[in-house]
Structure formats: structure tokens, C-alpha cells
Design a protein around this ligand. Structure first.
Ligand code: CUK
Ligand code: CUA
Ligand code: CA
Length: 640
């Protein structure tokens, strides 16, 4: 069956997948989402039949014995739960969730002053946003591999980028991008384009998906709308510059030499309705010449928009006709591509066709040639455009020359050889580029392999984020979990190892070896300027109506057994956990005051509230810490 399919593809024969007209595909997409059965899945449970234990590859130890640790970390986006998830692989166990953009009840994210300062507040001190939609997670690089310093994640709803410190696995900074709506793709750079000594991440690129009036005056005239590509400083998290473009941005990829960043564009039509957005036969992969953009900013060749002070350079077609001075280059790609991914050999970016059944391979050295005036036609940088199957979305790599692309409509992962695809495209019709196909359950979006988009791609594990789980887990009512499937890619054939249910709705993720990070298990007292280093510093300190309550925790007691306030006081309560043993976390809850947060070993947190309700309030430890955990309390007395 597989061979027949491949032959059909390789010969370019007309099957149901070869000719797709616009209307038919829209119908098909809607049909797939609505229907519970998918043609092909019933007939083909072939892959899972191979038991993990009989396979010699990486899959041998998917089921870990009690006490055994996973060998890989996975950083998963949480979708519209607004958090980042940490999974252990190959077990697929969710180990923690890192709150970023939305409040989190466990840690008190959005309750403590420290987290609110990261999240952003309104003038009245309340949170600016409480919803988010994360899609893409990526980590910082050094020498072409992850270096375990930072990870980043986007919020599409409110155009925010969050940074995660991988020493503590916490979010430490969030930046809202100006003049952008629907910030979608995100990718750190891997080197500086000019300074070869900087062979690590210093910038993060962000793609703005929705075009808006700039400044956003609310005009209805869509010809005035524009999208922007944004560069954020990896250390300061400040916005460095933006590029005004034609069309839109979607996902983002970066080259290993730091010279190029790119975004796939599905709306070169700049349409407002989906029919308009899919009216052109080809869209684009838009390249940014990073060094030239930064030189233009330095030379003052920019404008600013509205109240934002961020320099904005002109990346439109009109302003970039001369290759030798161009900041941008629009390589054409078939119909509404989704996803752009950098191959680990550093040579290619691959765009998946989405509405076209193709993968497009763009050779980066040729794009650079075009910028130097050495390549006459920019589209000559396309070295392959080959059929893969229906609804290609995202591509991962094994470091052995193979690419793995999700086929949303076919519910498959297709493994294909990039060099063979290039040969096929060049005219060698005997080049068999499709290596394998595997049915997945069901409708996959993102996929990623271990160290996939790094020079250290190890070709062991491939995870696939299936958007529909249908019948794969115990039913829990109308809302289904997602199905994150794990596939062994160490051999010629892909082997499905496991299904992992996850709460909706992750999109993207990265997978890296566990020895890459050495997270600290205990905080340093000096991490917080507010730290109360000695229980003797505890007490209630009053200055008029402003009251500071200083307290420490050491199992099974808080340093204050009670504290008195007056109705109407503005109270800032600071709590340092002086327990230094790893895993010894305490909680602090104040009944009826909407306060609950945790303090990890040697961590300091603070909350500010108005003592507007008189009475006695037993503040208690919410995090089980000791045999006397239930007795771990303090009394807040608010006098009328
Ligand atoms: S997009 Cu979700 S499946 Cu936001 Cu990365 Cu492709
Ligand atoms: Cu402290 Cu429970
Ligand atoms: Ca389009």
C-alpha cells in the first residue's frame, strides 16, 4: 500500500491528492474536523502492531520502571491555557506547568507582586490580561545546539513574548510587542550575522500574523493594514526593531550563521476573508537580511509608529527591489504554506504547503547569493518542490538527511529524504524521496524530533501533536484531550511507541537531552531584595495606613503566630521560606481575601491587599510540608 502511494507520488500521477482546487479543499478541511471517521485510519492500524520491546531502537524503554528518570525533556506550549508544560520523554509524563501569561492557582501566579510585575498590570494594580494563547516554544542556542539558558513562548492573543529561565524553570520576563496583532511564529537566532564570536542567541524574532492599521485607528479600509516582523533582545527582552512588510507573517525560522531569518506567508493577498487569503496560487517565504536591517536602523533609516519608539524599517516589495540593498526577499511558495523549518545541516529552509500537497526546499546560500546580486531570479533558490500528501503543516529532522512532515488531512507523518527530493525536482524521476509513511491518530499539527532544529539532531524520538484524539482515550465528555504521540525514528521505518493524552491545546514543542539543563532545586536568598533572612526580622511595620508584614516559614510554623491590622490598611505581606531542603515548599492562604501562593525553599514572595474585611482569618499553609502541616497557621486579626 505504501509503495503504491509512493509510486503514485513519485511519478506525479493524478490521484485524489494531485489536483486540489480551492473550493474542494475548504470543504475537505471542514469535513475532517466535523466527522468522526477518517478515510484510511480504519484500514491502517499497521504501525502500532510492532511492540516497543521487540524494537531495538530508542523505543525499548518507553515504559520506565518506578524511580527511573526520563532521558529527554520536552517543552510544550499550553495553547489557550497560556502556560508552558514540561514533559518527560519517552514516558510522556507531564512533570510541571510553568505559568507565564495567565494566572495560576498552584503557585499564585498573578496573585504575588513578583508575578504581577512580570505579567503586567493596569494603573489600578490589577492584571492587564488574564487570557493568552501560546503556540510556539523555542530555546536559546550556542554553537548550533541548545545551551539550556532560556526558552521563549508566544501569546498570540495579546502579542506578548515570555522568557523562561531554564535554571529555575520559571518565567522571568514578558514583553508586549507594539503595533502587532496575532503574534504567532517565534524563533531565536543562533549566531550574530556580523560578529563570529557571538555564536549564541542574542535576538528573538517574532512574526505578526494579522494586519492592522498602523497606528491602529480603527479604519475599515483594509488597504491601509500592515503586518510587522519584530526583533526582541534576548537578554533585555526589549524590542530592538520592526520591519513593515507586505503580506503577513506566520511561523519563523533562523539560519545557523545568523544572517537570515524567515517567515512563511499565507496571506500575500492581504485579504480579510479566507476566500481572499487563498485566492493566489502562490504565497511566499519572506527572508530578512538581519545585518542589513540592523545597519539601516543604525543609519537612522527608519520611522516610528504611534506612541512606540521602536525603529521600523521598510521591508515592502516596493522599497526592496534592488537585491544589493534589499532588507527583505520574498521567495514564492505554493498556496498558504504553514510552517518554515531549518534543516540541521544548515543548508535549507523547508515550507510545508498546507493547501498545496507540497514541501518546498529553499537553499539558503542561494538566497544569500541573491542579496549579493549573484542570483538573477530569487525563486531559483527553490531547489525542490515535491508532493508529500494532503495538508502538510510542519517539518522535523533526524540529522541523517531526512525530513518528517505532518499531513493534517491525511492524518499521517511522511518521512522524506531532502537530497533525493532535490534530485527529483532537478529532473531525476527515479529519485525516490518518500522513505516511509505512518498513520497517526489523528490530524497532526506540529511535530518535532529530539534536537531537531539543532546541529545535534539525534534522530531518536519524534513527537506528534495530534489535534484530534477521538477514540484513543477514555471518554471524558465532549472535550477531548489532545494526543501527543511518540514515534521511534531511529530506524528506516517509523515506529509508533505511545499515545499521551494532554490537556488542550499544545501546538509546538521542543525535545532535548536531560543533561542539557541542571535546574536548581533551591532558591538563593539573595534572589529577592525583599528576603527576610532571619526570623527575628519578622513583625508588623506600620507607616500610617501602609503596613508591611514580614514573616518567614520553617516547617511546621510561620514566624508570626498572629498579626494585627486595622480595617482599611494597605498591607504588603512578605514571606520568605527559610527551609533550605529541596522539595520543602509551603503555601500561604488568607481566607476570603483571594490570596494563595507558595514559597519554595529559600524563595521570597509578597502580596499587597487592602484589609477591607474585619475579623479573624486563619492564614494557613496550603502545600503539604510536614506531619504538622494542618497545624501550620497564623492568625490575621483585622480590627474594625
Ligand atoms: S501553528 Cu498550531 S499546528 Cu500556531 Cu504552530 Cu501549526
Ligand atoms: Cu507548610 Cu504545609
Ligand atoms: Ca494565500
Amino acid at each position: 500500500m505504501i509503495d503504491k502511494k509512493d509510486q503514485q507520488l513519485a511519478s506525479g500521477g493524478l490521484g485524489r491528492r494531485s489536483f486540489i482546487n480551492t473550493a474542494a479543499l475548504v470543504g475537505l478541511t471542514a469535513g475532517v474536523a466535523a466527522c468522526t471517521e477518517k478515510p484510511g485510519t480504519a484500514a491502517a492500524p499497521a504501525a502500532p502492531a510492532a511492540p516497543a520491546s521487540s524494537h531495538a531502537g530508542a523505543g525499548a524503554n518507553v515504559h520506565l520502571k518506578p524511580g527511573e528518570l526520563d532521558t529527554y525533556y520536552g517543552l510544550w506550549s499550553g495553547g489557550h491555557t497560556g502556560d508552558m508544560r514540561v514533559l518527560g520523554l519517552p514516558s510522556g509524563r507531564e512533570i510541571t506547568r510553568i505559568p507565564c501569561f495567565v494566572p495560576d492557582a498552584l503557585v499564585g501566579w498573578g496573585i504575588t507582586n513578583e508575578s504581577k510585575a512580570v505579567m503586567g498590570t493596569k494603573p489600578d494594580g490589577s492584571l492587564k490580561y488574564t487570557v493568552a494563547d501560546t503556540h510556539h516554544t523555542h530555546a536559546s542556542y550556542k554553537d548550533g545546539n541548545y545551551d539550556g539558558r532560556y526558552a521563549w513562548i508566544n501569546d498570540k492573543i495579546n502579542s506578548r513574548i515570555a522568557r523562561i529561565r531554564l535554571d529555575y524553570f520559571v518565567c522571568d520576563k514578558i514583553t508586549e510587542l507594539p503595533n502587532v496583532q496575532g503574534f504567532h511564529g517565534i524563533f531565536p537566532d543562533k549566531a550574530d550575522p556580523v560578529d563570529p564570536a557571538v555564536n549564541y542567541t542574542t535576538r528573538v524574532f517574532c512574526g505578526g500574523e494579522f494586519a492592522i492599521p498602523l497606528p491602529n485607528t480603527g479604519t475599515e479600509d483594509i488597504s491601509k493594514y500592515r503586518s510587522m516582523f519584530t526583533c526582541v533582545d534576548a537578554e533585555t527582552m526589549e524590542v530592538r526593531w520592526q520591519v513593515l512588510i507586505d503580506g503577513n507573517c506566520d511561523l519563523v525560522a533562523t539560519s545557523y550563521d545568523g544572517k537570515l531569518a524567515a517567515t512563511n506567508q499565507y496571506n500575500v493577498e492581504m485579504g480579510a476573508k479566507y476566500e481572499d487569503m487563498m485566492s493566489a496560487e502562490r504565497d511566499a517565504c519572506l527572508f530578512f537580511n538581519v545585518a542589513r536591517i540592523e545597519a539601516a536602523v543604525k543609519a537612522g533609516k527608519f520611522k516610528t509608529i504611534g506612541t512606540s519608539k521602536v525603529p521600523v524599517v521598510d521591508g515592502t516589495h516596493e522599497a526592496n527591489k534592488d537585491p544589493k540593498t534589499a532588507l527583505t526577499a520574498y521567495v514564492s511558495v505554493p498556496k498558504n504554506p504553514h510552517g518554515v523549518n531549518a534543516s540541521p545541516d544548515g543548508k535549507y529552509f523547508i515550507c510545508a504547503g498546507k493547501l498545496s500537497p507540497t514541501g518546498t526546499v529553499i537553499e539558503l546560500s542561494k538566497v544569500l547569493d541573491w542579496f549579493e546580486g549573484k542570483l538573477e531570479k530569487l525563486d531559483a533558490a527553490i531547489v525542490a518542490e515535491v508532493e508529500l500528501g494532503l495538508g502538510p503543516l510542519h517539518t522535523a529532522f533526524d540529522g541523517r538527511g531526512n525530513a518528517y512532515t505532518t499531513l493534517f488531512l491525511d492524518s499521517q507523518v511522511v518521512k522524506w529524504n531532502v537530497e533525493a527530493a532535490i534530485k527529483f525536482h532537478a529532473g531525476d524521476k527515479t529519485a525516490k524521496y518518500v522513505v516511509d509513511r505512518l498513520d497517526v491518530q489523528y490530524q497532526p499539527g506540529h511535530l518535532n524530533a529530539s534536537h531537531s532544529e539543532t546541529k545535534a539532531a539525534d534522530g531518536k524520538y519524534l513527537a506528534v501533536g495530534c489535534k484530534f484524539s477521538k477514540d484513543r482515550f477514555l471518554p471524558v465528555g465532549p472535550l477531548h484531550p489532545e494526543n501527543e504521540q511518540l514515534i521511534d525514528i531511529s530506524g528506516e521505518k517509523m515506529v509508533l511507541l505511545a499515545d499521551h493524552p494532554v490537556r488542550g491545546e499544545p501546538h509546538d514543542f521542543i525535545i532535548f537531552k536531560r543533561d542539557l539543563v541542571r535546574p536548581k532545586q533551591v532558591y538563593n536568598l539573595d534572589d529577592s531584595p525583599l528576603a527576610i533572612k532571619d526570623p527575628k526580622e519578622s513583625g508588623v511595620f506600620r507607616s500610617g495606613k501602609k503596613v508591611t508584614v514580614k514573616m518567614t516559614s520553617q516547617a511546621p510554623a510561620f514566624s508570626l503566630r498572629e498579626f494585627k491590622l486595622k480595617k482599611g490598611d494597605e498591607v504588603t505581606l512578605i514571606l520568605t521560606n527559610l527551609d533550605k531542603i529541596e522539595d520543602l515548599t509551603h503555601g500561604f492562604a488568607i481566607p476570603n481575601y483571594n490570596v494563595n501562593f507558595i514559597v519554595n525553599p529559600l524563595e521570597t514572595k509578597s502580596v499587597t491587599f487592602i484589609a477591607d474585611k474585619p475579623g479573624v482569618f486563619w492564614c494557613y499553609c496550603t502545600h503539604f510540608c510536614h506531619a504538622l502541616h494542618l497545624e501550620m497557621r497564623t492568625r490575621m486579626i483585622v480590627e474594625a
